[in-house]
Design a protein around this ligand. Structure first.
Ligand SMILES: NC(=O)c1ccc[n+]([C@@H]2O[C@H](COP(=O)([O-])OP(=O)(O)OC[C@H]3O[C@@H](n4cnc5c(N)ncnc54)[C@H](OP(=O)(O)O)[C@@H]3O)[C@@H](O)[C@H]2O)c1
Length: 331
């Protein structure tokens, strides 16, 4: 296919911020790939909580906007100077906006070779959440065998990957979830203990489960409802990483309140942990290796057609999902 032409595609367009209903399925034109870029014909797009923050207008994006930062498909055309991929290559990626569509223009150096063992749905499920699990478990508190880690929303897309990876590193894993059904899912992924935090006080329960010391490390993507309590739950000299706000932004804390028990806190954003192609591939290949070796399973529990992106968002933001949500992008 010629490189220097626009193509007509279909996908989601957003003209105003708001509820899932602002996402409309529409026809639009995709420009030709420029220097260093590739056009990827998408088979699947990953749905992530950040898409919801952006759709609501909580995180800034320019309108009109096509949601989605993650996908998988086949390279269809490349621009000048591209040497890392060629037409016909299967690829996956994250951090390229506009993925709720049939095709995308991506910087070629962001494309991850997708091995034949992984389906396109799996390819759209692993980059953002898998590489996030990688940096969260390797860049802050280095887990030692026997350490206890507490993972909030343990049956979610992030949660299930973190549970499995922390177990692989030899940790004892405590998870929190909102329901018995999700507790079962988290246990199946390997969580040693699961606290239903809508019914039980996770501070009290996690202390009880650790001889009153508290977890060594807490990984929190829930935010408002959990972060202040994390600081009570974590052990003296323990570490809390806050990397999301599914329940809303965390309450502020006074730095001196961390002093008495020497608690450390980090903030995490994947976009700071794949600064070079080498770093991107190191993290992506770490995830792929885990999948190939069988200790990391991608649980793609919800696959919906692109037209139903609104339903996918409603399910995710209303806590009705477990594992990963993926949209299929074929016409
Ligand atoms: N900073 C980064 O690098 C990065 C990268 C990826 C994801 N994240 C963050 O990680 C978190 C999880 O993302 P995900 O895509 O994997 O989503 P997810 O965990 O599959 O879904 C969100 C889960 O959060 C829990 N939750 C608690 N209170 C909630 C509320 N008021 N509303 C909605 N959900 C609530 C729910 O689990 P329960 O029902 O069990 O409570 C829900 O299923 C998000 O905060 C996201 O922004 C951050």
């Amino acid at each position: 296919m010629a490189t220097n032409v626009q193509v007509k595609i279909q996908g989601i367009r957003v003209e105003e911020f708001g509820s899932p209903q602002v996402m409309k399925y529409a026809d639009f034109e995709l420009r030709a790939p420029g220097k260093g870029e590739a056009r990827v014909r998408l088979h699947a797009a990953g749905v992530n909580f950040i898409d919801i923050y952006q759709r609501r207008g909580t995180y800034p994006v320019n309108l009109p906007w096509t949601p989605g930062l993650e996908g998988a498909g086949v390279v269809e055309a490349v621009g000048e100077g591209v040497t890392t991929v060629k037409p016909g290559d299967r690829v996956a990626y994250t951090s390229v906006p506009g993925s709720y569509a049939q095709a995308i223009i991506a910087p070629a150096d962001k494309l991850i070779p997708l091995p034949p063992e992984l389906s396109f749905e799996q390819g759209a499920a692993f980059p953002l959440q898998g590489m996030t699990a990688h940096y969260l478990l390797h860049e802050f508190h280095k887990l030692q065998p026997g350490d206890t880690v507490l993972i909030h929303a343990a049956a979610g897309g992030m949660g299930l990957l973190l549970v499995q990876w922390a177990k692989h590193l030899g940790a004892r894993v405590l998870g929190t979830v909102s329901s018995e059904q999700k507790a079962k899912t988290a246990r199946e992924a390997g969580a040693d203990e699961v606290i239903i935090y809508t019914e039980q006080d996770f501070v009290k329960e996690s202390k009880c489960l650790t001889d009153d010391k508290g977890p060594d490390f807490i990984i929190d993507g829930v935010g408002k409802d959990t972060f202040t309590k994390d600081l009570q739950a974590v052990r003296t000299r323990g570490h809390v990483v806050i990397f999301g706000s599914a329940s809303g932004p965390a309450e502020p804390v006074l730095p001196n309140s961390l002093q008495a028990r020497s608690i450390t806190v980090s903030g995490g954003s994947l976009f700071n942990y794949m600064n070079t192609r080498e770093e991107l591939l190191m993290r992506a290949n770490g995830v792929i290796q885990g999948i190939k070796e069988g200790w990391l399973r991608l649980k793609v529990d919800h696959i919906l057609p692109l037209r139903e992106a609104g339903t996918a968002h409603e399910m995710l933001e209303n806590r009705r999902t477990t594992g990963k949500v993926v949209l299929t992008c074929e016409a």
